[in-house]
Design a protein around this ligand. Structure first.
Ligand code: NDP
Length: 468
């Protein structure tokens, strides 16, 4: 689908809708009609009615349609990336808007390429039992504002592949990006298998409680995840909850600080820190503490931040003022407690946009709010430790566990630490990278359920045993 930015925007905007601001400038990007609950109910009814025919098409045809959907998104990369950049704030370049649209394409293709065949689980004189996977029905998806397109694809591609239909409720902060993506997908997909209903205030809870939704995929805060569990209880709805975290990175004493500084930086600051599995607290051994701090300041000073549409930038504004205020409050809490702000920490509040400067905070105590609360923005606390045992204990002390990382030239030593960290994924010498074939999910209050690969397909399927 070759489409211009203006044409795509015109298809999803409503002149009477709610103005969606550009977080870099405050200008209106477009207008979206926030729809009432009755519209959500109608979309669910249509998705339910369309589901049996979608399942009946068979796996081969669904694979073909997902591949065609991937081609359509790829062909629309530039207008989609521009809209994402304007609405979310992330730059076109770096691991940002074009990268995100590219990830949508990769995940669609990888999901299409991953079969989930049934299997014979017992076949002997006692029994013959086969485990097979059927569609669940209609899958609901509630996504966040940080990676709005990519996370929507993560939620819906496996659902569609398995023969479910889907209803998406985008974040109120980034509805345009999701509506545009779904507009492109629906150019290829059959009618009514994929719906998006934008709104705010009551749609999310309705989707979670709705008897016509068989499974809900939710990515967002732990607090709202807890509300999702409550809202979904009466229907005993299946859930996948990706609730963010407060990922620790542990730097062992044998590293070369300059060699790892670039990867440490992006592990923490990808998407200007607004990433669920970004590194949000960094534990560095006393032997290399000062050198790691110096190397990180050097990398940070070379990273251009500004309006996303300017090709040179690789960091953007915070997506919304609420998030800006959270980051500012946490950095102030660290400063008030005597921590050293190595760089950043002084936003220009009178300038347009939600820009918060890259901020590195040293000499910060492990119980400071900048460490214990999720900042979800460009401010990294760096905590000194003396014994590895102490670093492991500090990393595991919080009640969330999405990701973690260990940095060392000794892979075996890093692995020994990794095995003791309470996190769904532990990276060694990198942080936050995801792959469509590698399962991803959290422990503790970071949620439950796995996404991606075969495990992701299983999570949107109804297992059935045929015994006999
Ligand atoms: P929330 O986590 O509060 O989620 C908001 C979404 O949840 C909206 O779509 C809302 O729909 C829906 N919702 C609200 N109540 C329910 C319910 N009972 N059942 C189902 N859905 C419901 O996101 P925020 O944007 O407010 O972000 C808050 C914090 O979350 C951030 O500061 C950040 O720390 C974290 N976050 C984590 C992300 C991650 O990747 N894990 C991504 C983004 C943010 P409605 O408006 O209709 O009520």
């Amino acid at each position: 689908m070759t489409v211009s930015y203006d044409t795509l925007l015109a298809r999803i905007t409503d002149p009477d809708g709610r103005a969606i601001p550009d977080p870099a400038t405050g200008e209106v990007v477009g207008r979206v009609r926030f729809r009432p609950v009755a519209d959500l109910d109608a979309a669910i009814a249509r998705a339910r009615a369309a589901q049996p025919a979608w399942a009946a098409r068979g796996d081969e045809e669904r694979v073909d349609l997902l591949l065609r959907a991937a081609d359509a998104v790829e062909a629309a990369t530039e207008p989609l990336a521009e809209l994402l950049s304007r609405e979310q704030g992330k730059p076109l370049n770096g691991p940002n808007a074009r990268f995100e649209v590219g990830a949508c394409v990769s995940w669609l293709r990888a999901t299409a390429a991953t079969p989930l065949p049934g299997e014979t689980v017992v076949d002997d004189e006692t029994a013959h039992a086969e485990l097979r996977y059927r569609p669940l029905g209609v899958v609901g998806a509630i996504g966040p504002w940080n990676w709005p397109m990519m996370i929507t694809i993560w939620q819906i591609a496996p659902a569609l592949r398995m023969g479910n239909t889907a209803v998406v409720k985008p974040s109120e902060y980034t509805p345009l990006s999701v509506l545009a993506l779904i507009e492109v997908l629906n150019h290829v997909l059959p009618q009514d298998i994929l719906h998006a209903v934008a709104g705010a205030g009551e749609l999310g809870a309705r989707l979670a409680a709705h008897p016509g939704i068989d499974k809900l995929m939710f990515t967002g805060s732990t607090r709202t995840g807890q509300a999702v569990i409550r809202s979904s209880a009466d229907t005993v709805k299946r859930l996948t909850l990706e609730l963010g975290g407060n990922d620790a990175g542990i730097v062992l004493p044998d590293v070369d600080p300059k060699a790892i500084a670039h990867d440490l930086f992006w592990g923490a600051f990808i998407n200007t820190g607004q990433t669920c599995a970004a590194m949000k607290r960094l534990y560095v051994h006393d032997d290399v503490y000062d050198d790691v701090c110096t190397a990180l300041v050097q990398v940070a000073s070379a990273m251009p931040m500004g309006r996303g549409l300017h090709e040179a930038n690789v960091l953007g504004p915070l997506q919304n003022r609420q998030q800006f205020d959270i980051v500012a409050r946490l950095v102030e809490a660290a400063r008030a407690a005597g921590a050293t702000v190595l760089t950043g920490g002084d936003p220009d509040r009178d300038a347009p946009g939600n820009f918060y400067p890259l901020t590195l905070v040293a000499d910060v105590d492990n119980d400071n709010p900048l460490v214990t609360e999720e900042q979800f923005g460009p401010a990294l606390p760096i905590i000194r430790y003396h014994e590895v045992e102490q670093a492991i204990a500090m990393a595991n002390a919080l009640d969330v566990g999405l990701g973690a990382s260990v940095w060392s030239e000794d892979k075996a030593a890093a692995r020994a630490v990794a095995e003791r960290l309470e996190a769904g994924t532990v990276w060694i010498n990198s942080h936050g990278g995801v792959h469509p074939m590698i399962p991803f999910g959290g422990v503790k209050k970071s949620g439950y359920g796995l996404e991606f690969g075969v495990e992701g397909l299983k999570s949107v399927a109804a297992p059935q045993v045929i015994n006999g």
